[in-house]
Design a protein around this ligand. Structure first.
Ligand code: FAD
Length: 116
């Protein structure tokens, strides 16, 4: 049939998933409790197992073995997420994102008012 938005392909799934993941980091506490840190760790571990793209999930789990999730603060979690996303960007030959700007992109909005 003609191009369709459903079911989502790997790209659509990826864009939606990164939106969720960076948004979770953006709303994560600046000073998380041990319970909140443990929940973020568990979520990422399960996410990497359940992610519905088999090759993506396998590589992401490998990344997480070499780069332990950092959940000790919002900034650390956001930076880690950005680095994880950049690892996929590199693999796909996409431009790397400047991780000093992750909060502007995903939490505060760009200083000039645009959103991408
Ligand atoms: P996306 O990469 O989806 O990015 C969306 C927006 O996020 C960008 O427009 C930019 O504004 C912002 N952004 C970009 N980089 C960063 C960053 N480092 N930090 C913060 N914000 C950023 N696809 C495959 O083909 N093979 C794979 O193995 C694969 N593995 C994946 C693993 C995971 C865990 C996820 C969530 C997705 C994976 N994808 C994979 C999908 C892939 O990452 C992209 O989502 C997809 O190719 C669409 O790319 P895009 O150019 O629209 O932008």
């Amino acid at each position: 049939g003609p191009p369709s938005d459903c079911p989502p392909d790997v790209e659509q799934l990826g864009r939606s998933s990164w939106t969720l993941l960076h948004s979770i980091a953006a709303t994560y506490p600046k000073i998380p409790t041990p319970v909140e840190q443990s929940q973020a760790q568990q979520f990422m571990g399960l996410f990497s197992k359940l992610y519905p793209c088999w090759v993506c999930a396998e590589d992401f789990q490998e990344f997480m073995v070499k780069n332990k999730v950092r959940t000790e603060s919002r900034d650390e979690f956001g930076q880690w997420m950005c680095e994880a996303h950049n690892d996929v960007n590199r693999k796909l030959g996409k431009k790397e994102f400047d991780c000093s700007k992750w909060e502007e992109r995903w939490r505060t909005g760009w200083k000039d008012g645009r959103c991408d």
